[in-house]
Each structure stands twice: as C-alpha cells, then as structure tokens.
Ligand binder design. Structure first.
Ligand SMILES: Cc1cc2nc3c(=O)[nH]c(=O)nc-3n(C[C@H](O)[C@H](O)[C@H](O)COP(=O)(O)OP(=O)(O)OC[C@H]3O[C@@H](n4cnc5c(N)ncnc54)[C@H](O)[C@@H]3O)c2cc1C
Length: 429
C-alpha cells in the first residue's frame, strides 16, 4: 500500500494552497505592516520570519482569529495591492511528503464551469498568495486590472500556472476520485486509509496516510431532482454553452446563480427559455437587486423589466416528470401544466460529499450561508488549526471548514492554519 504523510482529496483552490505550503513555500511577513491591536502587532513582529512555527492558540488568547492573522497580510485592504507593496513573502523550504488525489486538473470546479463564466468578485480575491494573480498576469503578458472580475479562461490558466510554478504537478494525481476515507487498523502504518477510483478504468487504489486534507469542494455531491424520467436524453446536468443546446426551446431548472447564468446566456443567444424555480419572485428579485454590481445581474434586471418575450419565469414551481418527446410536467401555483421543449438544463447545485467520511460516524456541522446565496454544512474545526473536532488528523480545506467565509478570499488563509499544524506536528518548522 502506498503511504504518504499527507493526502489531499481535491485539487481546487482549497487543496492547492495547502499543497504549496507543504511543498515548502512558507510565508513570512516583511516591510511595514500594521495589525489593529498593539499586542497582535508585537506578536506578528516577533514571529514574522516564520509565522507557521508558533501555536495559533496564542492568537486566540490575544483575542485575534488566527485565519484573520494571515488574511490581513494577504488582503490588508479592499483593493488589490501593487506587487511592490506586499508585506507577505514566501521562502522555499524542504517539502514534506504530500499527494493530491483529484478528479479535475488544478483549479477544481473552475475547470468545468460555463465557457464564458466570470467570477463574482475581483481577480485578486481568487488568488492563492504563494503566486499572486498579479504576478501571473505580468509573467504571461496579460494586461488586466486586478480589481476587475476574471474570465474563467484566465482563472483556470492561473491555477494551472500556480501548480507548475510552485512545483506541485509531480504530486498531483488527476482523474482520481476519493471514494472512502476510514481509520487505519493498528497494523497499518498511518492513521488513515484512503481509497480512490481511477476514473478512466475504474481501478481502485488504496493509500495510507498520517493526515488527510478534505478539499473535495462545495459541489462534490450534486443534488438530484425529485422527478420522473431523469434519464431522458434531452436532460443535461452540466451547462457550459448555448451551442450545446442548438434547438429553440430550453427549460432551465434551478434558481441560484448557476441557473441564472445558464438561463440568461441561453436567452441572449436567442433561445426561448422556460425558467422553473422553487423560490418566490421576491427572493429572486432580491438576488438580482443585491447583485447589480455585476454586469450579468444588471442584464437580468433589464430582462425582468422588459417584455420577456423569450423568458418565461415560473416561480414556486417544480418539475414532476420528463416525458417522451420533450413533454415536461410542471407543478405551478396555478396547478399542473405541460410544456414541450427541446432541451432541459438542470442547475440545482450540490453539497460537499461527506459520505466519503461515513466510517467515522456522526460528524458535527455548522450551517453556513452568505449574501452570495452560497450555503452549506461546514465541519466544526479547532479555529486555531482547522483540524476536525471529530476526526483528529483530518483537516477540511476550502469552504468545508467552519470559520471561513464562502469565497476564495475567505477560505484561502486557512491553508496556513492547516499546513502550519501538520508541519509543527512533523517537526518541519
Ligand atoms: C459557477 C460558479 C461561480 C463561482 N464564482 C465564485 C467567485 O466568483 N468567487 C469565489 O470565491 N467563489 C466562487 N465560486 C465558488 C467556488 O466553489 C470557489 O471559487 C472554489 O472553486 C472552491 O474551491 P474548493 O477547492 O473548495 O473546491 P473546488 O473548486 O470544487 O475543488 C475541489 C475539487 O475536488 C474534486 N473532487 C470532488 N470530489 C472528489 C473526490 N471524491 N475525490 C477527488 N476529488 C474530488 C472536484 O471535482 C474539484 O475538482 C463559484 C462557483 C461556481 C460553481
């Protein structure tokens, strides 16, 4: 059985940041910086050459959240900092033995989002500090404003460049789906057994490890519709581009941002769209109004206030059945209706796949949601280390740890808590 000190499940922004730190890219604070409290400032100064070496519980004792300690150095202000004003630097140290097992290429779900997808926030919110997106833009000759939204083509290329630049690729196995994580028996070296399925040939490989980073992402278990005929060939579960739906009439099911994106893009590409949502109109209008800082929600406001000749909005409705020849039965407040369509796009989101951890019994969750309409159950963790309170040695990365925001800017600094704790336990800092 292959053994690694650390196995990271998932190669999205959550897993990649931990991997880079374990690869030896350790943070340091440089130049002039200021924390709001004098005690924390003095603490930072004392530890600035190796801010992974101390026990972050000391920060909690000073009344400061450890994740904020790193986040404040990475993002000290709202706008992007010019590269020469960064007070967070990195020093290369020896690597420890880690391996990423992941289904997609580096960058996680961004590899599969719609072809024209833009982010919800500025470029620098999406970056991982070890190799900034500003430096990537500079290195790749891209002339971009760091405070602008990013097109997914740039973002995916950035995450790929990040893995390449920091020397991570030799330790990332793609096309591998972690199917089960369980406690190891006493006679096996390591604390965990990790089973992974090769997605191209179905072969199962079993690994052992001392630590596990659980970074499978917020959509690793897609929700399923409660409707008949889900296997009709006109039903699709991964929207990428209007070209995939060449005929005129498309039914979109959802109501969150991904469904909004699909419905709008199909509408603007000239399709006749029927958009079915469970939510009330007020709730959808609130999302549209609250999101007007985004160009694609300003476009939604236009569509809603226009004639809507090609956009049929069915609120408080749900699909009951997909029949033959594109006949779909929908339950609406006015009763059951049937429409005939050419394609169906289902965009109802997902949840973190906690079933992978079922062998550990009941887990303690914290329910989290935010103004961006993201919501999920996060694992309760020690706020100084992000180690699970239920499974010692296991660290949720990305959103699945309690105490992060629900965006890359919110969770990225968690990689320093996780990697720092593992490195201290291994005596490597
Ligand atoms: C359309 C869309 C737009 C978004 N816009 C923004 C935005 O603007 N700003 C923002 O901050 N966030 C945004 N998000 C949220 C997005 O989740 C984060 O940007 C980020 O990708 C989360 O990183 P992660 O590493 O936690 O998860 P992911 O990016 O999901 O990465 C996890 C990876 O692990 C893989 N995986 C899943 N299960 C397994 C398994 N069992 N074994 C191995 N690998 C597995 C996944 O397929 C994925 O490749 C958006 C999400 C979507 C869908």
């Amino acid at each position: 059985m292959q053994h690694h000190s650390v196995i990271i499940a998932g190669g999205g922004p959550g897993g990649l940041g931990v991997a880079a730190t374990l690869e030896g890219w350790h943070p340091r604070f440089t130049g002039d910086y200021q924390f709001p409290s004098n005690e924390v400032q003095a603490f930072a100064k004392t530890n600035e050459s190796n801010p992974l070496a101390f026990d972050p519980h000391e920060l909690i004792d000073l009344g400061h959240r450890p994740i904020e300690f790193y986040r404040m150095r990475h993002h000290p202000e709202q706008d992007a900092l010019p590269l020469d004003q960064w007070t967070l630097g990195f020093t290369k140290n020896p690597r420890i033995d880690w391996l990423i097992l992941t289904t997609d290429a580096p960058g996680g779900l961004w590899n599969n989002v719609p072809r024209q997808q833009m982010t919800l926030g500025p470029a620098h919110w999406m970056e991982l500090a070890h190799y900034s997106i500003g430096k990537f833009y500079e290195d790749s000759g891209r002339e971009r404003d760091l405070n602008d939204l990013v097109h997914r083509d740039d973002l995916v290329t950035y995450y790929h460049a990040y893995a390449e630049k920091l020397g991570l690729n030799d330790h990332i196995q793609t096309g591998m789906k972690v199917t089960n994580i369980s406690p190891a028996d006493d006679d096996i070296s390591g604390r965990f057994i990790v089973e992974a399925e090769n997605q191209s040939n179905g072969e199962i490989t079993t690994f052992s490890s001392d630590y596990v980073v659980f970074g499978v992402g917020p959509r690793s278990k897609l929700r399923t519709l409660n409707a008949k005929g889900l296997d009709q060939n006109y039903v699709s579960y991964a929207y990428t581009h209007p070209e995939d739906y060449p005929n005129d009439r498309v039914l979109v099911i959802g109501g969150g941002r991904s469904a909004d994106w699909a419905a709008q893009e199909l509408h603007d590409a000239g399709r006749m769209v029927v958009y079915v949502m469970r939510q009330k109109p007020e709730s959808h209008l609130k999302l549209i109004n609250d999101s007007r800082y985004l160009p694609y929600y300003r476009r939604w406001a236009e569509i809603i206030s226009g004639e809507q000749e090609r956009m049929g909005l069915l609120y408080e409705s749900s699909v009951r059945a997909f029949g033959d020849d594109g006949v779909v039965t929908i339950s609406t407040p006015e009763g059951l209706i049937q429409v005939q369509i050419d394609h169906v796009v289902v965009e109802i989101g997902g949840d973190p796949d906690y079933q992978i951890l079922e062998q550990f019994g009941e887990l303690t969750f914290h329910t989290k949601s935010d103004n961006f309409r993201f919501q999920l159950n996060q694992l309760v963790v020690d706020q100084a280390t992000f180690e699970s309170v239920d499974i010692l040695g296991l660290y949720p990365a990305g959103y699945s740890a309690q105490g992060t925001g629900l965006s890359v800017i919110g969770f990225h600094a968690g990689c320093f808590l996780i990697a720092g704790d593992i490195l201290r336990k291994l005596g490597a800092v």
